[in-house]
Design a protein around this ligand. Structure first.
Ligand code: CTP
Ligand code: CA
Length: 226
């Protein structure tokens, strides 16, 4: 019998994908977070599964069902995401795709009780969160790494800068200043960059765009392994 998914672009590959926002607690009832529906990461997880991969989806809080055949692990904070992603990569990972909208900073402490409205102004001291994608990419046994860069200006410049700083194999840039695309929307348009080239994909549904993106990533992964 043929192994499951034999002949498909990601047959036999283990893929870990981060998705959704993180939440950083201020007190028991409040948090800091980012805009993110998780749809792009979930669509990519579905497309990677369709392409024959075994997929672990490390997901922040979202209201989506896990795609069929995908193992989802929920996390809350950026630190949880780092830990869960590290474990998932330890279990074996050929390809790591970070789509999560991680909170860059967290409150330096979480109040034990609900903060009461006693003054006219309030300050929350923030400290920097760990970078899951950069941490995974810096491992000696790093998988093929793909990052996302959501930018509102100088998209190409910032995307290429992120790819080199975080030592990524590919980066998917999207201009979130375009109305109707990106955050919380059904459609998206991206430009993918890698050392040897670039490709524009979309505007298209996140499902179709994800299939093309997975095909492109699978090609580059195969090239690198060859
Ligand atoms: N990322 C991550 N962990 C973080 C921050 C970002 O894994 N703490 C990942 C995102 O999932 C994305 C990529 O890094 O794939 C780029 O995220 P982005 O927020 O655009 O980059 P930053 O390095 O945080 O830079 P800035 O927000 O200042 O533009
Ligand atoms: Ca960020």
């Amino acid at each position: 019998a043929e192994p499951e998914g034999a002949g498909k672009a990601l047959a036999g590959k283990r893929v870990v994908i981060t998705a959704g926002p993180t939440r950083e607690p201020i007190d028991p009832v409040r948090y800091i977070s980012n805009h993110s529906s998780g749809k792009m990461g979930y669509a990519l997880a579905a497309a990677a599964r369709e392409a024959g991969a075994e997929v672990v989806l490390v997901s922040g809080p979202v209201v989506l069902d896990a795609p069929a055949g995908v193992e989802r692990r929920f996390v809350t904070t950026a630190r949880d995401m780092l830990e869960a992603s590290g474990h998932a990569v330890d279990e074996g990972c050929d390809l790591f795709i970070a789509t999560a909208a991680v909170a860059d900073y967290r409150p330096d402490s979480c109040a034990g009780d609900k903060i009461k409205k006693t003054s006219d102004a309030m300050n929350v001291a923030l400290v920097r969160n760990p970078d899951t994608l950069a941490t995974i990419a810096a491992r000696k046994d790093a998988p093929f790494t793909v990052g996302f860069a959501a930018e509102t200006r100088d998209v190409e410049h910032y995307a290429l800068d992120k790819m080199s700083r975080k030592k990524l194999d590919m980066i998917v840039a999207n201009d979130v200043s375009v109305p109707g695309l990106g955050f919380n929307s059904e459609d998206n348009a991206v430009t993918v960059f890698w050392a040897g080239g670039r490709e524009n994909i979309g505007p298209d549904t996140k499902a179709r765009l994800s299939r093309r993106l997975i095909a492109l990533i699978a090609d580059q992964l195969t090239n690198k392994e060859a």
